[in-house]
Design a binder for this molecule. Structure first.
Ligand code: ASC
Length: 130
């Protein structure tokens, strides 16, 4: 039957999947698991930032918490903190994209590390491990 929570759950999960699919290859390049390609790296960084700038909060609208995804109920009890962590992520992905454009390896590595920390900060608090 029609479940109006499901579309928003799919929406937010799709956003996070796209984030991971752009973040992952950058990590692989930085670790030497994938050949370094500055143009591709820039593209991943730019797309990651674009995805992070989508209306992520729409995916967490009131009433979309059903306890069947890994999104913890605490999100809906701490919406301001949750949104602040999203803004931190957007700040980090923009800095990473800027660093990729500038092409300085140390700055790229630092900005990539900050982006990973922003992912993790939110996961630690708001994403269930299973
Ligand atoms: C990923 C992914 C995450 C983050 C996180 C970074 O590629 O799927 O959840 O990076 O591990 O700390």
């Amino acid at each position: 039957h029609f479940d109006d929570k499901e579309p928003m759950q799919s929406y937010r999960q799709s956003i996070f999947a796209l984030m991971a699919m752009n973040f992952g290859p950058m990590g692989a390049m930085l670790k030497g698991e994938m050949p370094w390609d500055a143009e591709q790296f820039k593209r991943f960084a730019e797309d990651l930032d674009d995805v992070a700038e989508l209306d992520v909060m729409r995916g967490f609208a009131a009433g979309t918490d059903k306890g069947t995804t890994r999104a913890k109920p605490g999100i809906w009890d701490n919406m301001d903190d949750f949104e602040a962590k999203l803004v931190d992520l957007q700040t980090a992905t923009e800095a990473l994209s800027d660093a990729a454009d500038a092409g300085d390896e140390a700055a790229i590595k630092a900005a990539f590390g900050d982006t990973g920390k922003a992912c993790k900060a939110c996961h630690d608090e708001y994403k269930s491990k299973d």
